[in-house]
Design a protein around this ligand. Structure first.
Ligand code: NOJ
Length: 537
C-alpha cells in the first residue's frame, strides 16, 4: 500500500518561515533570503517538503511586509531578485517546494496604485480602492471596524472621502469588484508562477470582498468586552459569498500550471471553512484549519474539534492542521513546554497536511518582549490588550545555537526582536547533538509519517480512551499497518484499557523516544505528558 497517487501537498508537510526572523546574513539584525538559503539543509533534514515564506516583497513594513508596495519585487532588506532565484533553485535542488504569501486584499498606502488613487477623485485608479463619502455629519460611512483597532475608515482631507482598511490605515483595501484590480493581481501571480514557485498562501482570502451596500455590522451579543473588534458580527466585511468567485478564479489560474497549490488563510468555523474547497473542489486545495490554535489545549476539546472537522470534510477535500503561525502565540507556550512533544505528535499524526511554524521543531516558546521592544502595530495601538493581540512574542529569532544572538545574527548586532531567553539550551545545535531531543523526535515523527501510509491517507476514528486527559485515535488504511495514537494532555499518569481497539500493539515512537516494545492494550501505561504512536499487531 502506498500513497503514490497523492499530490505533494497531500503527502508532505509545510514549514512556515517568517523571513525577518529566520537567519540574518548581512548584519542588519533582520533575517533575509540568503539567510534562508543558508538554512535549507536544516529544513530538508527535517523531512518536510514545502517552505512557505511570509511576505518578502517591497514594503514600508508598517505591518512587517503585509503592506506590499510592489507585488513583483523583493524588498532590499531581504535581498535581491537574484537572491530569490537562487533560493528557489537551491530549494528545488533539495526537493523542497516553495510557496509565497500573496497579500491581495490590501496594499501599502505607499503603493504607487494608492498614491494615484488618492491623488484625485477622477484618477483612473480611484476605483481600485474602496472610497466612500462621509456621513452628513462628516463621520465614517458606517460602523465597520479595523481588526487592529479603531474604525476601518480613514478620512482623506485632500479628496474629501474616506478609504477603507480592514487592518492598519497604512493598508488600504483594494476594490476587488474592479476587473482591472483582479487582472493586475492575477498577472502578479503569473509572474511568480512563471518563475517556478509552487503555489500561494493567500492572505485573508475571506475578506477580499465587502458588502457593496456598506451596511452597518450588527452588535455581537456575545462580546466578552475585551477586544473592541469583536463587539460586532462581521457579516458584511468577511466571508461574503462573492469571495468564492475570486477563490475560483485564483484556482483556475493555478490550474494553468502543473502541480501547484492554493492555500487560503481562513479563520472560520467548519461549516463555513469547508466552502473554501469550492462546490466542485475548485477553490483552495487547503483552506487553513486553525481551530487547534484557537481552542484551549485539552484532550476532550481537541477530540471534539478533530472529530467535527474530520466529519465535515466534503468528498474530495483534503484536510490540514496548523498549531502555530506568526499571528498566534506559540503552541509550546499555549500548551506549556511539557506538552510541546505531544503537540508535534498530534500535528504529525492527524489526517491532513500539517503546517509547522519555524521553531516548533525545537519546541521554541514565545519570547518575552520588554515594553521598549514592542514592534507589532496592533500591540502599539491597543496597549491594554497587547498581551492578547501582540504578535512579537511568536516572531522572535530562530534559535540556531548558543552563541550571542543564537546564531540568528552575528554577535553584537541588535536583532529586530530580542532572542528568547532560553536560546542557550533550546537551540538547533544543542538538539542536534542529543539523540533524544525534540529536534530528533520531530525528524523521527516525520520519518514515521513517510514510512506508514496510514498516517497520510488512513481513516480517522477516536475511540474513548476512558480518561479525561487522554485523546486517542486510530489511523486505518486497508493493506497498511493500522496505527493507534494515544496522547496524554495532562500531568497525571494513566493506565488505560484500549482493548476495544485491539489486544496488543508495538510502540512505533514515544514522546521521550525512550519506550519501545510490545504493549498490552488492556493495560496501557501512559506517563504524564506522554504520547505514543502504536502499531496494532
Ligand atoms: C493576516 C496575516 O497573517 C497578518 O500577519 C497580517 O497582519 C494581516 N493578514 C494583514 O495583512
Amino acid at each position: 500500500m502506498t500513497n503514490s497517487n497523492l499530490a505533494w501537498w497531500q503527502t508532505g508537510i509545510v514549514y512556515q518561515i517568517y523571513p525577518r526572523s529566520y537567519q540574518d546574513s548581512n548584519g542588519d539584525g533582520i533575517g533575509d533570503l540568503p539567510g534562508i538559503t543558508r538554512r535549507l539543509d536544516h529544513i530538508a533534514r527535517l523531512g518536510v517538503n514545502t517552505v512557505w515564506i511570509s511576505p518578502m516583497y517591497p514594503s514600508p513594513m508598517a505591518d512587517f511586509g503585509y503592506d506590499v508596495s510592489d507585488y513583483c519585487g523583493i524588498n532590499p532588506m531581504f535581498g535581491t531578485m537574484a537572491d530569490f532565484d537562487h533560493l528557489l533553485r537551491e530549494a528545488h535542488a533539495r526537493g523542497l517546494k516553495v510557496i509565497l504569501d500573496l497579500v491581495p486584499s490590501h496594499t501599502s498606502h505607499l503603493h504607487p496604485w494608492f498614491l494615484e488613487s488618492q491623488s484625485h477623485r477622477e484618477n483612473p485608479k480611484r476605483d481600485w480602492y474602496i472610497w466612500h463619502d462621509p456621513k452628513q455629519d462628516g463621520s465614517p460611512p458606517n460602523n465597520w471596524l479595523s481588526v487592529f483597532g479603531g474604525p476601518a475608515w480613514t478620512f482623506d482631507e485632500k479628496t474629501g472621502q474616506y478609504y477603507m482598511h480592514s487592518f492598519l490605515r497604512e493598508q488600504p483595501e483594494l476594490n476587488w469588484r474592479n476587473p482591472q484590480v483582479r487582472a493586475t493581481i492575477y498577472n502578479a501571480m503569473r509572474f511568480w508562477l512563471d518563475k517556478g514557485i509552487d503555489g500561494f498562501r493567500v492572505d485573508v482570502i475571506t475578506r477580499m470582498i465587502k458588502d457593496d451596500q456598506f451596511r452597518d455590522e450588527p452588535r455581537n451579543p456575545n462580546w466578552n468586552g475585551v477586544n473592541p473588534y469583536d463587539s460586532l458580527l462581521h457579516i458584511y466585511t468577511k466571508n461574503i459569498p462573492e469571495v468564492h468567485t475570486i477563490a475560483r478564479e485564483m484556482r483556475a489560474l493555478l490550474e494553468q500550471y502543473p502541480d501547484r497549490v492554493l492555500i487560503g488563510e481562513t479563520y472560520l468555523p467548519n461549516h463555513e471553512l469547508v466552502n473554501y474547497y469550492g462546490a466542485q473542489n475548485d477553490e483552495c486545495h487547503l483552506p487553513f484549519n486553525f481551530q487547534c490554535i484557537l481552542l484551549p489545549w485539552n484532550a476532550q476539546t481537541m477530540r471534539r474539534a478533530v472529530d467535527a472537522y474530520d466529519a465535515s470534510l466534503p468528498p474530495g477535500a483534503w484536510g490540514n492542521w496548523v498549531l502555530g503561525n506568526h499571528d498566534q502565540h506559540r503552541v509550546a507556550t499555549r500548551a506549556g513546554a511539557t506538552q510541546a512533544r505531544v503537540a508535534n505528535m498530534f500535528l504529525l499524526t492527524l489526517r491532513g497536511t500539517p503546517t509547522t511554524y519555524y521553531g516548533e521543531e525545537i519546541g521554541m516558546q514565545d519570547g518575552a518582549i520588554p515594553p521598549e521592544f514592542v514592534q507589532d502595530p496592533p500591540a502599539l495601538k491597543q496597549p491594554s490588550i497587547a498581551h492578547i493581540i501582540g504578535r512579537d512574542p511568536e516572531r522572535t529569532p530562530m534559535q540556531w545555537d548558543d552563541s550571542p544572538n543564537a546564531g540568528f545574527a552575528r554577535a553584537g548586532v541588535r536583532t529586530w526582536l530580542p532572542v528568547a531567553d532560553n536560546y542557550t539550551t533550546c537551540n538547533v545545535a544543542a538538539q542536534e547533538r542529543d539523540p533524544g531531543s525534540m529536534l530528533n523526535f520531530y525528524r523521527a515523527l516525520v520519518q514515521l509519517r513517510k514510512d506508514e501510509p496510514a498516517l497520510i491517507a488512513g481513516a480517522y476514528a477516536s475511540p474513548d480512551a476512558g480518561a479525561e486527559d487522554v485523546f486517542a485515535y486510530t489511523r486505518t488504511l486497508p493493506g497498511a499497518n493500522r496505527l493507534l495514537i494515544v496522547l496524554n494532555f495532562g500531568a497525571h499518569a494513566h493506565t488505560l484499557d484500549l482493548s476495544r481497539v485491539a489486544s496488543r500493539a508495538t510502540i512505533a515512537i514515544a514522546t521521550g523516544m525512550n519506550r519501545t516494545g510490545e504493549v498490552d492494550l488492556a493495560q496501557l501505561d501512559l506517563a504524564p505528558n506522554q504520547g505514543l504512536v502504536l502499531r496494532i499487531v
